[in-house]
Design a protein around this ligand. Structure first.
Ligand SMILES: Cc1cc2nc3c(=O)[nH]c(=O)nc-3n(C[C@H](O)[C@H](O)[C@H](O)COP(=O)(O)OP(=O)(O)OC[C@H]3O[C@@H](n4cnc5c(N)ncnc54)[C@H](O)[C@@H]3O)c2cc1C
Length: 276
């Protein structure tokens, strides 16, 4: 079985930022990832620090990957299916990988719930449909906004958006019909009459934390399924750290990279103590 100082599961902003820190602490670190980061959906982010003219998600990921490679970080395309805690290390198993390490960082993110409407993914990629008012409500200032969702989540999101526009309408999921044109979302209520057009549709349908690997090890999560961590980003399992969207908190790039820096530093200090 291969051995590393630290294993990072996930290659989004949190995983890549942590990899840079650990490599610069001169640790043998391996990043495993089975697919695209959530950030690859971002058409253009205007709240990511250091990019005054905005940055696309793919461009940001390419920069983070280049930075990690510049410090010798090894990245591998592989799905991790199991994480097992042994007395002195964690063992991970997945597609063509079997590796052990005394510290593991889980940065597996979340999966967004999308409505079952043709063309919704393409509409996200052109900023017509949006996931996150914290990210991009500024760019919807004064526009006709719809919020798709029900209950308290949709009401809270609509109230947040009401500080940007006085034309905010909550529409219930599964009722009526949604159609996307190049620049407009059209909602036709049940009965087929009096369609309404919007400039943006925000989804308030929630997301699912990809926390199963940690939960199967016995890690604690909150009521919404996100992992609970301490001030050093360690889960309730000794030596298992988590950062980014999979952890309770606001799902933002700046938060993901900040948490990654804290986790990587704690992992390095733990490795020093174990060697000590
Ligand atoms: C449309 C959209 C717009 C957004 N706009 C902004 C914005 O403007 N500003 C902002 O701050 N944030 C924005 N966000 C949020 C931002 O994308 C996330 O906060 C950020 O990507 C979280 O990073 P992460 O590293 O925690 O997780 P992710 O980026 O989701 O990365 C998770 C990684 O884990 C991997 N993975 C999962 N399970 C496994 C497994 N079992 N084995 C191996 N690999 C696994 C995935 O393949 C992926 O590579 C936006 C999100 C969306 C969807």
């Amino acid at each position: 079985m291969e051995r590393r100082d630290a294993l990072i599961i996930g290659a989004g902003p949190a995983g890549l930022a942590a990899a840079v820190y650990l490599a610069r602490f001169r640790r043998k670190v391996l990043v495993l990832s089975d697919g695209p980061s959530r950030a690859s959906w971002i058409p253009e982010s205007h709240n990511t620090p250091g990019f005054p003219h905005g940055v696309g998600g793919k461009e940001l990921l390419a920069r983070l990957t280049a930075q990690a490679r510049a410090f010798g970080v090894e990245t591998r395309q592989a799905r991790v299916d199991a994480l097992v805690r042994r007395s002195d290390a964690f063992e991970i198993r997945g597609s063509d990988v079997a590796i052990e390490a005394p510290t593991v960082l889980l940065v597996t993110g979340v999966i967004d719930r999308l409505p079952d409407v043709p063309g919704v993914e393409a509409a996200v990629r052109r900023s017509l449909v949006r996931m996150c008012p914290i990210c991009d409500a500024f760019e919807a200032t004064g526009k006709r906004i719809a919020v798709l969702g029900d209950g308290g989540v949709a009401e809270r999101e609509a109230a947040f958006l009401a500080t940007y526009s006085d034309q905010v309408t909550v529409i219930p999921p599964g009722e009526g019909r949604l159609d996307f044109t190049e620049a407009t979302v059209r909602w036709t209520p049940p009965g087929g009459q009096a369609s309404q057009d919007f400039d943006n549709l925000y989804l308030a349908l929630g997301c699912a934390a990809q926390a199963a690997l940690a939960v199967d090890c016995g890690a604690r999560r909150d009521d919404e399924g996100a992992l609970v961590v301490d001030a050093h980003q360690m889960t309730s399992i000794d030596g298992l750290y988590a950062a980014g969207d999979v952890v309770r908190g606001i799902n933002q790039i700046a938060v993901a990279t900040g948490e990654a820096a804290i986790a990587a530093t704690a992992m390095h200090n733990r490795l020093r103590q174990l060697a000590g």
